[in-house]
Design a protein around this ligand. Structure first.
Ligand SMILES: Nc1ncnc2c1ncn2[C@@H]1O[C@H](COP(=O)(O)OP(=O)(O)O)[C@@H](O)[C@H]1O
Ligand SMILES: [Mg+2]
Length: 225
C-alpha cells in the first residue's frame, strides 16, 4: 500500500486557494489516487464550531494567544479524526490551509512570533507535517478585491480576520514569503496574479513529482516477494 501524501494550499483570502485546490484534487483523482479534501479552520463538526468563534465578527476581541490556541484546537481535532487516519490508509490529503497559516496569521500577522507558534505545532502536529505546501502569493489589496467579488452576492460581509485591514494582511503576506524562504524544498511559492489556467499548470508541475514517487513506491512494493 502507498504511504499517505499530505499537500496544503496557503495564501490570503481571495488569493485563489479554493479555485486551484479543486482543480488539483480533480487531477490527483484522475491519476488514480484516493483523496481526502479538508479545510481549516474547521473540517470536523467540532472544528466547524471553533471556526464560527474564530471568524464571526460578533466574537469581537479575541486575545491573540486565544486565537492561536483555538486554531490548534481545531487542528488537533482534524488531525485525530480525519488527517492521520486518511494518511495511514494511504490517501492523498489535500487541505485548504493548515499549519503554515498559523505561522503567517498568528506568528506574523498577530506578531506572536514563530517560536510561540512552533511550540504549539510541536505538540499538536508533531511529525504530521505537509510534504508539499503551495503558497499562492498575491498583493493584499488585490486578494481582498477578489474575496469581495466572489460569489453571487455583490457585497459580502468581511469576517473577523478579513476585517483586520491592510497593515495586518501585509504582515501576513510577508510572513508567508519568509516561511517559503526558510523551507524552499517543501514550501513552494506561486505568483497568484496569473490566469487560473497558468496557475493550474504550474501547480500540477509542483505536485507531479510527489505522485510519480508514489507510483514508483507501489511498483517496487508489488515486485517484492
Ligand atoms: N488566477 C485568478 N485570476 C483572477 N481571478 C481569480 C483567480 N483565481 C481565483 N479567482 C477568483 O477570485 C475569487 C477568490 O478565489 P478563491 O479561489 O475563492 O480564493 P481563496 O479560496 O484563496 O479565498 C473567486 O471569485 C475566483 O473566481
Ligand atoms: Mg477559499
Amino acid at each position: 500500500m502507498n504511504s499517505g501524501l499530505f499537500i496544503t494550499f496557503e495564501g490570503l483570502d481571495g488569493a485563489g486557494k479554493s479555485t486551484q485546490l479543486a482543480r488539483a484534487v480533480r487531477y490527483i483523482r484522475q491519476r488514480g489516487h484516493r483523496v481526502l479534501v479538508t479545510r481549516e479552520p474547521g473540517g470536523t463538526r467540532t472544528g466547524e464550531r471553533i471556526r464560527d468563534i474564530l471568524l464571526a465578527s460578533k466574537t469581537g476581541m479575541l486575545a491573540p494567544l486565544a486565537e492561536l490556541a483555538l486554531m490548534y484546537a481545531a487542528r488537533a481535532q482534524l488531525l485525530e479524526e480525519r488527517i492521520r487516519p486518511a494518511l495511514a490508509r494511504g490517501k492523498v490529503v489535500v487541505s485548504d490551509r493548515f499549519n503554515t497559516a498559523s505561522f503567517a496569521y498568528q506568528g506574523y500577522g498577530r506578531e506572536l512570533g514563530t517560536a510561540t507558534v512552533r511550540a504549539f505545532d510541536r505538540v499538536i502536529c508533531g511529525t504530521t507535517q505537509p510534504s508539499l505546501t503551495i503558497i499562492l502569493d498575491l498583493d493584499p489589496g488585490r486578494a481582498l478585491g477578489r474575496a469581495l467579488g466572489r460569489g453571487t452576492q455583490r457585497r459580502k460581509r468581511l469576517d473577523r480576520i478579513e476585517a483586520l485591514g491592510l497593515a495586518f494582511h501585509q504582515r501576513v503576506r510577508a510572513g508567508y514569503l519568509a516561511i517559503a524562504r526558510s523551507a524552499p524544498e517543501r514550501i513552494k511559492l506561486v505568483r497568484a496574479d496569473q490566469s487560473i489556467e497558468e496557475l493550474q499548470r504550474q501547480i500540477r508541475e509542483l505536485i507531479e513529482p510527489y505522485l510519480a514517487e508514489r507510483k514508483q513506491d507501489s511498483i517496487l512494493k508489488t515486485r517484492l516477494p
